[in-house]
Design a protein around this ligand. Sequence first.
Ligand code: ZN
Length: 688
Amino acid sequence: MKTLSTFLIMLLSVSAFSSPQTQALTQPEATSETGFKYLTEQFSDAKILRYRVPGFENLSLDQKALIYYLSQAALCGRDIIYDQNCKSNLLIRTAMEGIYSSYRGDRNSDEFSIFVVYLKRIWFSNGIHHHYSTDKFIPDFSKTYFATLIKGTPVESLPLAKGQSKEQLLEELIPLVFDAQVAPKRVSLDPSKDLILSSSSNFYEGVTQKEAEDFYASMKKDAKLKKTDTLISFGLNSKLVKENGKIVEKTYKVGGLYSAAIEQIVNWLEKAMTVAENPEQRDVIRKLISYYRSGSLVTWDEYSIAWVKDIKSKVDFVNGFVEVYGDPMAMKGSWESIVNFKDEEATKRTEILSRNAQYFEDISPIAPAFKKSKVVGVSAKVIIAAQLGGDSDPTTAIGINLPNAPWIRKEYGSKSVTIDNITEAYDKASQGNGFLEEFACSPAEIERASAYGRLAGSLTTDIHECLGHGSGQLMKGVTGDALKSYHSTIEEARADLFALYFIKDPVLEKFGLVPNDEVAMAEYDSYIRNGLMTQLVRIQPGKTIEESHMRDRALIAHWVYEQGKEKKVIEKVIRDGKTYFKVSDYKALRTLFGDLLRIVQRITSEGDYAAAKELVEKYAVQVDQELHREVLGRYKKLNIAPYAGFINPQYRVVENGEKIMDVTIEYPEDFATQMITYSKKYSFLPVR
Ligand code: ZN
């Protein structure tokens, strides 16, 4: 599970839903005191940031080499996420990159720069659907211009099928690129439709929702009968397809689907094994390789357990088919990788939380039957990201809690991380853009946010990840996928509520984690402001809320607002025609967070699909049209972009023969250069 940035992402600068052309910077370039340039460029609703990797130079040579090898493994899976996101992504990306690199016509025209923005958006989203809304985006250049581009690009730079002419390629691409009705949405969560057929992600082919549900239900039944492992994450690493009328799984593995990319990943993992920090870590990598070779989900679980247990190593990584947000059925894992190392100083904060995990579980407001009597090893650390890959690149979470398998979490615990250097980049690139001043209700709120906002945000993420997701337990017989399309929203709400409830617990001050109660107040201000109002800036006019984390925040904010209405816990203030939300009773608000946590935990523990549906549909989906219009109008005036992606640092190896003498780090200057380099070096999959 992952946490996306809320507070920080909202503060980023540059305009939303503006002209797609690359804009001149409207704000001073975000640079640090040390002169490091975080913000490199912006286009459409996105901006690109670089992140520092502080402390890399102090690592041992083996640790540096380990990071280098793992970073290569992270890059080798890049094509996989494109293909998982949509079947035509690799073809479209390759065609566009061919044009970008080799078009012989006028490359300085406005039209060409509009074309470049479209390509950058593809890179930004790993495909033709918006990374967040999952709606397909359509280029702002014309079909005629596209024909000109194809015509002016040499054949050897285009992904022509055997015997295909440029004209035929154009015919193939035009509906995929320009027709809004073709593959309209990557992940559709509309329960009135067949979730699989209405989604364009590439996890199923020729299979309906009902067929997929039946397929996995019978697979689970089979496992029970044969007494094989019934706890594995069925379907996690495969595509489900119908072949000759029969439904079969195509497993992602060496020799299976995505073999060419997975073989490369394995090669680099083998090198990584030679410089592992200790036998435990070597065993983790060995198990991962074995899983990639066999495709066995039993081995995947063995790997996950070994990975959770490895808490000694300084360098760590995620690499695999992990998160299920990209699948409307929440079964199929999107490929991702994050290579990182521990920030020892900042980790002291999360260690206090995880050391006291049982204490928090015991006093949490959920029903006793749903509590874990023994919270196992919730290990938490603050990390420095060294490489993002796959689904985590270029946009990334700021907090991660893995593994996802509920039974492993229950028996072995989970590893929870907060990514500090990514948060830092967000923060540095966003200072002073006027967002807070526009939407906060009072000067006191602004002051509180300035003084404690970053700490409040980090601490909430810490609690969300290292206590929230790990808390509670499922009743016997309830499986992790019982809530289907509502699973992710309910799960995120559960973790958020745990964090919101405990950030105001006096014990945090006793533990030395917060200086005073204002930290919790700052978090409550910002959470309510965001959930009721400001997160709407990420929604296009007329659309509903779909992304799980946004639904989670809307659910919580609307629920507590409604429940506390009579006692005026949260007040709606209209001033000079502008709407504000003001928390009037922080103590009562905390009680309400606890009440909702109890409800959401019951739904999770019992797998109560009907109750999950009711709660989410009532509070988390619909948008107040009038307020939405107002918020978008106020936001537009600020010229702020709601999304940020990242440029990875580049690692250079200094070699003496076969032997690595040093690994140095460079920070590339621009997004396109990095993306083109990646496509040249790490394209292993067929485009069709
Ligand atoms: Zn989460």
